[in-house]
Design a protein around this ligand. Structure first.
Ligand code: UDX
Ligand code: ADP
Length: 459
């Protein structure tokens, strides 16, 4: 069969994999190829055990793989054969040299640009999918157009807004798709080609177009705003704990104002994930670069509150457990940065577990999907940390139980049995406010929610 379009994505990660699976699923007339330098990952995409856990993704991949969706490591051939190329490689925070700890590390991304240049034999539309600092497309354009074979490249920005755990839903029914291009005749022509791809299933009024810099900046700002809401509510949770107000009641009252809205107001141990911290650091770096010190400080505050919230959680534990955790067994339920994913990048559970180990506690980590990543994150701490998938097994004999990820399965445990199996007095620290605190208190736990008065049996 001849396909109408040949689309390539370089980078088969959390963004590239699901996004391309959705394009292939919704557009049977297009042939979609996904390549990656990591052979193991590609082998997994070609197997029944996909490299990422995402509800609903298995079914979609199974429906289209081998028909119009292909995973491969042959990058040169793929570049040669496709004329629309999404770039979805990782852009972590730089950990060396100028901008270390703040700026995005663009080495993988620039390498990809050079590979595209090297193997292209015909004009290409190159689409930035990875979140990148503003003006990166310009650099991409300059590298690509430094060629001397007369091949034309058009660079578009098309940031991805999907959230992990709901990727399939977000891709099926996005709030918006954003496409940035140069506003030249060629740029607009390339933009329209991408609009038509999405228009196969996304209503046209939800496909927004803009200039390329606005598109790049919008992605950073969206994530900064979302993270800011979480830090705002978490900052207030600290005040609630001092004043006997209840954060759930406050967030409900605030969120019913239609101008504010109810989403992203759940107080927690803080946000994690690969995007929020990285993108705010990027924004802060950009502002400092342009001498906007006050603006940079403002956004940096969002990150400071996030760290503070995690440290505060550990301090509450130490304070509650008679000022020492030394030698005590502490069970952690949930290591993923949020429910319904196995991803642990920037998970608050990493920082909290390390703090507990510093206090000489023995930590037992449980999670239904994230133990493989948790083991890697906590490498070197094996003498103090163990990993047990079954939550009931993990909690046996522990002095305290902390809930760090809002997995639904934790809501439905038999808390009478949990309490019976633990050392006494038993402490429960609900870092996600998902449990029935009154019920757990009546069973016998000393309960410490976030942003609410603790419920203890001590006088
Ligand atoms: C985020 C953005 O939502 C998405 O648009 C972007 O493309 C990538 O970054 P993601 O990191 O997958 O997505 O997850 P998200 O649902 O945004 O949650 C981020 C973190 O905030 C998680 O750790 C979550 O537990 C936490 N969170 C979220 C809260 O603590 N409280 C809330 O009310 C909501
Ligand atoms: P994201 O969450 O943005 O999707 P991931 O880290 O999950 O990020 O995925 C990025 C993928 O890009 C990784 O699988 C990595 O191996 C791949 N990658 C990085 N550099 C290159 C490259 N030069 N060519 C092809 N794939 C690359």
């Amino acid at each position: 069969m001849t396909f109408e379009r040949n689309i390539l994505c370089i980078g088969a990660g959390y963004v590239g994999g699901p996004t391309m699976a959705m394009i292939a699923y919704r557009c049977p007339r297009y042939r979609v190829t996904v390549v990656d330098v990591n052979r193991e990952k590609i082998d997994q995409w070609n197997s029944d055990d996909l490299p990422i856990y995402e509800p609903g993704l298995d079914e979609i991949v199974r429906a289209v793989r081998g028909k119009n969706l292909f995973f491969s490591t042959d990058i040169p051939k793929a570049i040669e054969e496709n004329d629309i190329i999404f770039v979805s490689v990782n852009t972590p925070t730089k950990n060396y040299g100028v901008g270390a700890g703040m700026a995005a590390d663009l080495q993988f991304w620039e390498k990809t640009a050079r590979e595209i240049l090297k193997y292209s034999k015909s004009p290409k539309i190159v689409i930035e999918k990875s979140t990148l600092p503003v003006k990166t497309a310009l650099a991409m354009e300059r590298i690509l157009n430094s060629n001397h074979h007369g091949i034309a490249f058009d660079v578009l920005s098309n940031p991805e807004f999907l959230a992990e755990g709901t990727a399939v839903r977000d891709l099926t029914n996005p709030d918006r798709v954003l496409i940035g291009s140069e506003e030249t005749e060629r740029g607009l022509c390339a933009r329209n080609i991408l609009v038509e791809i999405y228009a196969n299933w996304v209503p046209r009024e939800r496909i927004l177009t803009s200039n390329i810099w606005s598109s790049e900046l919008s992605k950073l700002v969206s994530n900064a705003f979302l993270a800011q809401r979480i830090s705002s509510i978490n900052a207030i949770s600290a005040l609630c704990e001092k004043t006997d107000a209840d954060i759930t009641e406050v967030s409900r009252a605030v969120g019913t104002d239609s101008r504010i809205g109810p989403k992203f107001l759940n107080s927690s141990i803080g946000f994690g994930g690969s995007c929020f911290k990285k993108d705010i650091l990027n924004l802060v770096y950009l502002c400092r670069h342009y001498g906007l010190t006050e603006v940079a400080d403002y956004w940096e505050g969002v990150l400071k509150i996030n760290d503070y919230q995690q440290d505060r959680f550990v301090l509450t534990m130490i304070d509650a457990m008679f000022n020492t955790l030394s030698g005590k067994k502490i069970c952690v339920w949930g290591f993923a940065f949020k429910a319904d994913t196995g991803d642990t990048r920037e998970s608050p559970a990493i920082r909290i577990t390390k703090r507990l180990v510093e206090e000489n506690a023995l930590v037992i980590v449980s999670d239904p999907k994230a133990l493989k990543n948790a083991r890697a994150d906590l490498r070197g701490l094996e003498d103090r940390v163990s990993f047990v998938e079954d939550p009931m097994e993990a909690v046996k004999g522990c002095h305290a139980l902390c809930v760090l990820t809002e997995w639904d399965l934790y809501r439905h445990q038999d808390f009478e049995a949990v309490y019976a199996s633990m050392a006494k007095p038993s402490f429960l620290f609900d870092g996600r406010n998902i449990l029935d605190h009154g019920k757990c208190f009546r069973i016998g736990f000393n309960v410490y929610p976030i942003g609410k008065p603790p419920m203890t049996h001590f006088q």
